[in-house]
Write a protein that binds this ligand. Structure first.
Ligand SMILES: [Zn+2]
Length: 325
């Protein structure tokens, strides 16, 4: 069957009927849903309880209405909310469309709502009246007549085909006019979804630092909904000592798999990156890296709490450490 090539999978964490009547304005409902503002605020506790990385509000809105509202992109834990009209969620693939936004996907290049975009684009194609289609992320507003392109249930990926009227057509152009980052790195929605699946699956939802989803005492690897791109089990251990530290902090980690990609960064409590300690491939075995309490420009940072993010292959660990000179 058709396949976009995106490897992320969604797992249903829970379903709740909210004590809330759909408002006429879907955008306002969306804001009430995702924000802590006196409306349906229990969603945040439920989301935490169920460890749901993404929350979707399904409402019933006057048809035709705005189908949905943009929930944002992957950068922020509170942006992983979407709101969709029940009338459009399957017939227009609006559910999958909003999920695509959460994974960092945009509409087609001529349909961007905000920009310039650093995200991958949807795709539409309409060379003649008999051949026209659009993917899940595109509106096809320039299809002739407008919006007349048939939606096919796929995300853009120039290396995948769609079969229309007896012919195969690539699902994207693969150049800057099609499905690439405006910033230059060529991507497509299927690839973008695959790349962001780990970050989304490892969102921490507790009493967190909202900019990164780091929470005290919650191991990010306990998050339920994970993509299944990690083959088998890997045994990896990490320890950080001493804590608090005075002169230098030691991070020791053990890698079971040979040639694992390791990234270690230090952030301050406001989420600003202080320094990158490690970024590259490491051999199987024990590794030690030290942080001397200095930033990238070799300046000593003030006393206080700092956060290590330690990514080993597709797993990310977070640790808090306190600098007390
Ligand atoms: Zn959209």
């Amino acid at each position: 069957m058709w396949d976009s090539g995106a490897t992320a999978r969604l797992e249903l964490a829970g379903v709740y009927v909210l004590n809330y009547t759909s408002h006429v304005d879907i955008t306002e409902d969306h804001n009430r849903f995702k924000n802590v503002d006196g409306y349906v605020d229990n969603i945040h506790a439920l989301r935490y309880q169920d460890q749901a990385d993404i929350a979707v509000l399904i409402g019933d809105y006057p048809w035709p209405s705005v189908f949905s509202s943009i929930s944002g992109v992957v950068s922020h834990v509170l942006d992983r909310f979407a709101t969709v009209d029940i009338d459009a969620m399957y017939s227009n693939y609006t559910f999958a469309h909003e999920i695509g936004h959460i994974y960092g996907a945009q509409h087609a290049p001529d349909e961007v709502l905000f920009g310039p975009s650093d995200h991958s684009y949807g795709y539409w194609y309409n060379p003649n009246p008999n051949i026209k289609f659009k993917d899940i992320m595109a509106y096809g507003k320039n299809c002739i007549p407008q919006y007349s392109c048939q939606t096919i249930p796929l995300y853009s990926n120039p290396s995948k085909n769609v079969f229309i009227n007896g012919q195969n057509f690539p699902l994207g152009s693969g150049d800057s006019a099609g499905n690439c980052y405006s910033g230059g790195t060529c991507s497509n929605v299927a690839l973008q979804i695959t790349k962001n699946a780990f970050d989304i699956a490892n969102t921490n939802l507790g009493p967190c630092l909202p900019w990164y989803g780091i929470c005290d005492g919650v191991d990010s690897s306990t998050i339920k909904s994970e993509d299944d791109t990690v083959p088998g089990q890997e045994i990896t251990t990490v320890s950080v000592y001493p804590n608090p530290f005075k002169d230098s902090s030691t991070i020791q980690y053990y890698i079971e798999d040979r040639n694992s990609n390791v990234k270690i960064n230090v952030y301050d409590i406001l989420g600003r990156k202080v320094i990158s300690l490690e970024d590259g491939f490491k051999e199987k075995g024990f590794h030690v890296v030290k942080w001397d309490g200095k930033d990238q420009s070799k300046n000593t940072v003030p006393n206080g709490t700092y956060i290590y993010t330690i990514r080993i292959k597709e797993k990310e660990y977070t640790y808090k450490t306190i600098l007390a000179k």
